[in-house]
Design a protein around this ligand. Structure first.
Ligand code: FPP
Length: 264
């Protein structure tokens, strides 16, 4: 189901939305494709970087909202492998923003006990960015209640191919023997420590996955909204969660209603 948000909720206040939320069935893991920073900026006659800066403000608010609600796992697509094809100046500014974000959010991660977990080809980032990413990952590694996974220089197909190569190496060394099962294979993915996302949000009107968490989203609920990422805030997060709570997740099984009707 493709969802277009807001319409049904426009007359409700944030508190109304919050009171409609069933806290007992919140998703455990939410993934987000944060899209639309550039378009947000160009609609305002601003440089693209202004959209990325506003996008960081949105990211802070969304991280805090999920943390307040008690959603333990949030995974965001911050920089894809394809993003390396952007102009060098934009890439440099994005890396600078990432470093600034980590510097400023360090204390929030400690206060809120959030583990910062980078995934992707971290070794391809500029050295100062790698250093900062590694430092914040190391110092928050012991937090177990909440995890903010940030995909950097990440591509889902590349992650799967890397996993296959690592697995072959382990088989050749005699550390692993067949048959290769799904659960064994998953241990070779960068998300090995995480359960699959329950909900994937993509902002800014595009309804595609763009090489994000390809293996992991097999049964994930997809939510697409026209709201550009810089405008996606607490309210939009609540709307997405309410929409998610209307879904019936069957994982390929029949729903109880269908089973009943069919006399099964
Ligand atoms: C998409 O906007 C967004 C990104 C390229 C990545 C998300 C980046 C941020 C939230 C800000 C920087 C944060 C970090 C952590 C690096 P777009 O530029 O593709 O927008 P467009 O599709 O409208 O051009």
């Amino acid at each position: 189901m493709i969802s277009r948000s807001r319409e049904n909720f426009s007359e409700l206040t944030d508190n109304d939305l919050l009171s409609q939320l069933d806290h007992s069935v919140l998703p455990h893991h939410v993934a987000i494709i944060m899209d639309g920073n550039g378009r947000w900026a160009s609609h305002r006659g601003l440089p693209r970087i202004a959209g990325h800066k506003e996008g960081l403000i949105a990211l802070r608010e969304v991280v805090n909202t999920f943390s307040d609600l008690g959603v333990p796992l949030l995974t965001v697509y911050a920089f894809s492998q394809e993003n390396w094809k952007r102009p060098k100046a934009e890439i440099a500014l994005l890396m600078m923003l990432l470093e600034e974000f980590l510097d400023q959010e360090r204390h929030t991660f400690h206060e809120r006990k959030i583990r910062f977990l980078p995934i992707g080809q971290i070794h391809t980032l500029p050295p100062s960015t790698q250093k900062q990413v590694q430092a914040v990952a190391d110092e928050t590694r012991h937090f177990t209640d909440r995890t903010l996974t940030v995909a950097l220089s990440y591509g889902g197909r590349c992650e799967i191919v890397d996993a296959v190569n690592d697995l072959i190496e382990d088989v050749q060394r005699g550390n692993v023997s067949g048959p290769i099962t799904e659960s064994l294979f998953e241990q070779y993915l960068t998300t090995a420590a995480l359960p699959d996302p329950d909900l994937l949000i993509r902002t800014s009107g595009e309804a595609r996955i763009s090489n994000f968490l390809l293996w992991q989203i097999a049964y994930t609920e997809l939510y697409f909204t026209n709201t550009p990422w810089p405008d996606f805030r607490r309210r939009d997060t609540l709307v997405a969660l309410l929409n998610y709570q209307k879904r019936e997740r069957r994982f390929g099984r029949l729903s109880s209603t269908l089973s009943h009707q069919n006399g099964l």
